[in-house]
Structures are given as C-alpha cells and as structure tokens.
Design a binder for this molecule. Structure first.
Ligand code: AKG
Ligand code: FE2
Length: 289
C-alpha cells in the first residue's frame, strides 16, 4: 500500500514572508526552511564571537552517558551555553521575531509563555556519521500521548549546508504519522540551505543530523529549540548563562533563558520558576540576583 502525505521537497520561504505562511508550512509538512533567516552581518558577527570558542572545543568530550556520546559522535565540536559567549546570539537569534511568532502560534495555546529549551552549536566535521533518526520531543518521554505540540525546533546554518556536508535530514509529514511508523532512509530529505538560513521543524518531526563523509567541510550550525514554559528544559539555561552574564543581555533574552516566571494565574493556574515568590527577571533588573 502506498504511503500517504509524503512531501517530496522542503518548502523554502524567506524571512520577509508572513509568519502565517511559515506556520502553515510547518503545520503541513512538519518542517520549513526560512531563507535569509539571519542577515549576513549577524552571521559574520556570530562566527567571529564563536570562532575561538569552537577552536577550543574538543570533538572528543565528556557527556552525561555513552548513548548521547554516540548520538553526537566524536567528529562534532559541540558548544553549549552559547548566550554566555555570544551576545549577538542572545539578541538576534534567541529573540528572533520569527521564533516569537511561530512559538506564539504553535506553543502559545498550551502555555502562558515559552522558553528556550536548548541553544547549542554543532560543528559536524568530516567523518561524522548520520545521527539516529529521532523526534526531539522524545526527551519528554513521560508525557502522555497524544499531546499538543510542546516544542518548536530549528537548525540555523552558519555555513552552507549541503547533503554532502551533513545537512539535517527530515522526514516530511512525519509529525502526523501513526505512532508505530518509523522513517525509511528514502523518506528523509536533506535541508540544503545557505549560511544564514534556518530549518524550523516541530518536536514531533522525525529527523537526523546527516553524515559528513564525502566532504572536507565543517558543517556549522545552531541547534535551537523552544518548549512550553512549564516543561523542564534540556539545557539548564540559567546555570549555563548565570546572572552576571544574563544581566548584560536584553530582557526578552533573559526571559527566554529561563529567568522569566511562568505566570498562569490568568488562566486559573499559578506561578512556576519564582525566586522569593517574585519574578526572577525583575530581581535581575533590580540587581537582586
Ligand atoms: O545537527 C543536526 O543537523 C541535527 C541535530 C539534532 O537533531 C539534535 O541534536 O537533536
Ligand atoms: Fe534532533
């Protein structure tokens, strides 16, 4: 029997297209490329801020366990806590208006506010094998299924992404698949895109970092995702970007990094993430953290 709803190609939109069009493509295909997501001067500034940090990041490093070490492999420079190294990342990427609109549409109905889940740089060097195919939302494996979308994820290209140098491979339409269906290799489409572009995808969309075994290029990109404000984040962003650094960043970046309380009072809920029963972002503004 034929498989329904397989999209052959990634949809490309641009940062000048409406957020509604981006959300529509994301809901339809589970993933969409936004070309020129970042202006080239922003990409240049980020690369300058992060070049020395990446150069100092060993490709063979310690992880929480061997499973995750295999997932990232030993050819990938992996820099975490990016907001503490790159103010441009914090202001221009984390606070990007397209993320705000897309998260508002997709996560907004299920939370009072969303937050950054993880913001990592992954530079997949020559020899990197394909990751196993996964859904990012499965880190919250205890969530009863089915559930509404809990995560908006993305890979932002800081250098050109090609099928040869390990562009992320995505199973289009897989956010709607039956729970027991897993992609075959020929159902994966490479998110080929120029530096500054981003592929946005849902936490429920199957994908994998591609193999970089036929190129001599270092595929550099951010893996950046947002999650409902009441779920625990993958990266402990407050510890990764401590108050002395966070206080130098825009207030919106502080909120998204987890300094904002989740305030569900208006919808009959309560507060999450307070310090001294106050909003940490206010304490940060008052120099009280
Ligand atoms: O690097 C990539 O292309 C994908 C990374 C990814 O999917 C992940 O780390 O969860
Ligand atoms: Fe992933």
């Amino acid at each position: 029997m034929g498989r329904p709803n397989i999209e052959a190609e990634m949809t490309h939109l641009s940062r000048t297209d409406s957020s509604d069009a981006i959300v529509e493509a994301l809901n339809r295909d589970g993933a969409v490329i936004v070309d020129e997501f970042l202006h080239s001067d922003v990409v240049d500034a980020i690369n300058v801020e992060l070049d020395p940090v990446i150069a100092a990041a060993p490709t063979s490093r310690t992880f929480i366990n061997d499973t995750i070490a295999d997932f990232f492999g030993d050819r990938t420079s992996h820099v975490t806590g990016i907001a503490s190294y790159s103010p441009t990342f914090a202001s221009e990427v984390v606070c990007h208006p397209i993320y705000e609109d897309v998260c508002g549409a997709i996560l907004g109905p299920s939370c009072a506010s969303w937050q950054l889940n993880v913001g990592h740089l992954l530079q997949r060097g020559p020899g990197a094998e394909q990751q196993f195919i996964h859904r990012d939302q499965d880190v919250w494996t205890y969530l009863p299924k089915p559930h509404p979308e809990v995560e908006v994820a993305s890979i932002v290209a800081l250098r050109d992404f090609s099928a040869d140098n390990g562009a992320t491979r995505i199973a289009l339409g897989s956010h709607r698949w039956d729970p027991d269906r897993y992609p075959t290799d020929d159902e994966l489409v490479a998110a080929e895109m120029a530096a500054g572009s981003a592929v946005l995808y849902l936490g429920s969309t199957f994908h994998a970092g591609g193999a970089n075994v036929t190129s001599d290029e270092f595929r550099r990109g951010f893996h950046l995702s947002f999650v409902l404000g009441w779920l625990r984040t993958e990266e402990n962003n407050v510890l990764a970007t401590p108050p002395e650094v966070a206080s130098t960043l825009p207030r919106r970046a502080q909120e998204l990094l987890g300094y904002g309380a989740h305030d569900a009072i208006a919808t009959g809920g309560g507060y999450l993430g307070t310090v001294d029963v106050r909003d940490p972002v206010e304490l940060l503004a008052n120099g009280e953290l």
